[in-house]
Ligand binder design. Structure first.
Ligand SMILES: C[S@@+](CC[C@H](N)C(=O)[O-])C[C@H]1O[C@@H](n2cnc3c(N)ncnc32)[C@H](O)[C@@H]1O
Length: 278
């Protein structure tokens, strides 16, 4: 089962890379408080080696790399090769020369024990088939005294941009709600669950904070484009339906978000659980 999930997830994320690359700027701008919290908490120092896991198109790690100087190094990784290539293009565009890129599964890292000073991972661990395996691997590659800063999505009710279309999909198709602990966008939303996973992996939380952000969509159209082109598994299941069903889910989503969206434009709130652990 876990192997099937890993393969399906890899297929999905390979297909999502183009959308993430073309929407990079909007995603980074809307989620800036989350990304900047992570870089601040990680506090990268000149000369250190920092590993980014599930880096996607690489922005959080690249922001950290600017603090590492020429003697430091960022290892930017993702299990989806097209994401790694997009991150490489971004680093080249910015002239970031202290970054190395690798296609790597965070659950099984091709890195030596005690080889990095810090790990950063935004919106990654909750998607993994076995998050404890990934957190244990994180601990293994961290040098003694090393730290990990990561972000996962918080309470579904506080993240209507994702929970509303997901519920509209279930209501329209009559599907069963997934097990809340199964891998997916909200699998680590509960603070207690995240603490349990950290403890199983032998990591100690030092900071756990809810960080708010607003997706600055201009219109309902833009939000729907995000759902269809960037939202991982949800995007794939909705896209696999006949057009009439997609249109019905879209209508339901728009009706339910009407009272939630805030100006300017069509701003939709989000909350992440950000963690610094050692
Ligand atoms: C929601 S995106 C987040 C991307 C990026 N971290 C960001 O914040 O913009 C999730 C990323 O996790 C990656 N991912 C999922 N499971 C992974 C795994 N087991 N190992 C490495 N990367 C993984 C996907 O390929 C995708 O790029």
């Amino acid at each position: 089962m876990a192997e099937d999930y890993r393969q399906a997830s890899l297929d999905i994320w390979e297909q999502m890379a183009a959308g993430w690359e073309s929407d990079r700027r909007g995603v980074w701008e809307s989620s800036r408080p989350v990304g900047e919290w992570l870089v601040g908490a990680l506090d990268p120092q000149p000369g250190e080696t920092i590993l980014e896991l599930a880096a996607g198109v690489g922005d959080t790690g690249i922001a950290a790399a600017s603090r590492l100087g020429t003697s430091g190094r960022l290892i930017s990784t993702d299990f989806a090769a097209p994401m790694v290539e997009a991150a490489r293009r971004r680093a080249e565009e910015l002239g970031a020369s202290n970054v190395e890129f690798r296609t790597m599964d965070a659950e099984q890292m091709d890195l030596a024990d005690d080889s990095v000073d810090g790990v950063v991972c935004r919106w990654g661990y909750m998607l993994m088939a076995d998050p404890v395996a990934a957190l244990r691997e994180t601990r293994r590659v961290l040098r003694p005294g090393g730290r990990v800063a990561f972000s996962v999505w918080g309470d579904p009710a506080a993240n209507p941009w994702a929970s509303v279309p997901a519920k509209a999909f279930l209501d329209h198709t009559g599907g069963e709600p997934p097990d809340p602990n199964a891998p997916g966008i909200f699998a680590m939303a509960r603070e207690e669950r995240t603490r349990e996973l950290l403890s199983e992996a032998g990591l100690e939380p030092r900071r756990l904070e809810h960080v708010e952000m607003v997706w600055a969509f201009a219109t309902p159209d833009e939000h729907w484009h995000y759902v269809m082109d960037l939202a991982g598994a949800l995007a794939m299941v909705v896209r696999s339906l006949p057009e009439d069903d997609q249109a019905a889910i879209r209508r339901l989503t728009e009706e339910r978000l009407e009272s939630v969206a805030r100006p300017p434009g069509y701003g939709l709130p989000g909350v992440c659980l950000n963690v610094l652990a050692e």
